[in-house]
Design a protein around this ligand. Structure first.
Ligand SMILES: Cc1cc2nc3c(=O)[nH]c(=O)nc-3n(C[C@H](O)[C@H](O)[C@H](O)COP(=O)(O)OP(=O)(O)OC[C@H]3O[C@@H](n4cnc5c(N)ncnc54)[C@H](O)[C@@H]3O)c2cc1C
Length: 384
């Protein structure tokens, strides 16, 4: 096969690109190469309904594992049910969808040892294509300064119905530890429950067993007993400062970076599905060479990084303007804001009025602590 498009990595960003390109350019030969032996069962990719356009709801529908009406947040001083629907995809569903998509060839066990703007090299095999996209997952960049969202999730089959009827996006009534701590619950059935313990922390070190024990304690506290069926963990970047133009200047001349390695994620949550869907539309509408796609993706990414400046400021106030044990107060205040604003926040579509609304009123942190957080340039200077 001589492909029109090589997608290096068959993770989330490239999966969405494959779906969008296959639909927009029927007949295009898309080759996806991934070193993993098969679809990941160590992921659930969730999103809020308003995060995605209708075309993406339609495209992803066959890969949805579970869908819910509404979601909850819980804080020591208030709790709230939010109306927005929520849904989760998994690796198996996404791989099934790709395998059924005409034009897409998915090769597992395909470790790429060299990648450039016109080819991918595997063990003893070189494959050429006019367009090469690099979606091989997160890669550290000195142009992106981050805090961390660290988590461990354990999926349980409970011995009896657990009684959770909708996703609990944040249960921050738990003792605060290692920064802002909350538990996230996804009820996949009346007895199947994902319990995830999350920390917004300064350091990237993840003590998986300690978090797993904290999850077991949380379950015991709720009176749930059952057995573990699956586990996932992650250390996601929370963007504090981003020199996007420098990142893209370094990538010039190579394959087109996408996904986490291109800094394309929601700065505050570290989630990337909505951004990946938007970027997949950009790729599908761009030309068919690496240079054309690079130019379109770069322009979109730079515009986005500019728009995200405000979210990075919020992160700096959360991580640098607030002692770790007080971070939950900022989030608690945020979740008292009007629901449409919260929905636009997750979708990355805050208006000017929304931004004003977030920072006015009783400040989440004292002004004197907020002032040193205003500029992001000093953080970038610190990077080697
Ligand atoms: C456990 C977990 C849960 C998450 N949950 C959510 C969520 O609910 N919602 C959300 O929006 N975001 C979520 N995220 C954050 C983010 O969306 C994911 O990390 C997402 O998978 C990133 O997409 P990506 O395409 O950039 O990278 P990945 O999905 O990580 O894909 C990279 C792929 O490249 C392959 N690869 C790497 N190197 C090579 C190589 N040399 N040769 C061949 N293949 C290679 C890997 O095997 C992998 O399949 C989660 C992250 C984690 C870790």
């Amino acid at each position: 096969m001589s492909p029109d498009l090589i997608l290096a990595g068959a993770g989330l960003a490239n999966a969405l690109i494959a779906l969008a390109v296959a639909e927009r350019r029927p007949g295009a030969r898309i080759l996806m190469l991934d070193r993993a032996p098969g679809p990941s069962d160590s992921h659930t990719w969730s999103f809020h309904d308003p995060d995605l356009r209708l075309s993406w709801h339609r495209r992803l529908a066959p890969a949805i594992r579970c869908r819910w009406q509404g979601q909850e947040v819980r804080f020591p001083d208030h709790a709230r049910t939010l109306r927005a629907g929520y849904a989760s995809l998994d690796g198996a569903g996404l791989a099934r969808l790709l395998e059924e998509t005409p034009g897409v060839t998915l090769r597992w066990n395909a470790e790429i040892t060299k990648l450039d703007s016109g080819s991918a090299t595997l063990d003893g095999e070189r494959i050429e294509a006019p367009c090469v996209i690099d979606g091989r997952g997160a890669a550290p960049s000195r142009h992106l300064v981050t805090g961390y969202q660290k988590f461990v999730g354990v999926e349980f089959e409970m011995d009896a119905p657990h009684g959770v009827t909708r996703p609990v996006i944040m249960d921050a009534t738990v003792p605060q530890q290692d920064g802002y701590r909350f538990v996230y619950l996804l009820p996949f059935s009346t007895t199947r429950l994902l319990i995830e313990d999350t920390r917004y922390s300064d350091g990237a070190a993840l003590d998986e067993e300690a978090l797993a024990r904290a999850i077991a304690d949380y379950a015991t506290d709720k009176g749930w007993t059952g057995h573990e069926v699956r586990r996932e963990h992650g250390v996601l970047p929370i963007a504090l400062a981003h020199a996007a133009a420098r990142l893209w200047a370094e990538a010039q001349g190579g394959p087109v970076p996408v996904g986490m390695r291109a800094g394309l994620f929601h700065p505050v949550t570290g989630y990337s599905l909505p951004v990946a869907a938007q970027m997949a539309d950009v790729v599908a509408a761009a030309g068919s060479t690496t240079a054309e796609v690079f130019a379109a993706v770069r322009a979109h990414a730079l515009a986005r990084a500019g728009d995200d400046r405000f979210l990075r400021l919020l992160n700096r106030m959360l991580f640098h303007g607030c002692p770790p044990e007080h971070r939950h107060r900022v989030l608690s205040r945020f979740y008292r804001l009007p629901e449409p604003l919260i929905e636009r926040f997750y979708a990355g579509k805050l208006t000017r009025m929304d931004r004003l609304r977030i920072v006015t009123g009783k400040p989440p942190i004292p002004i004197r602590d907020a002032l040193p957080c205003l500029r992001e340039a000093p953080l970038l200077k610190e990077t080697p």
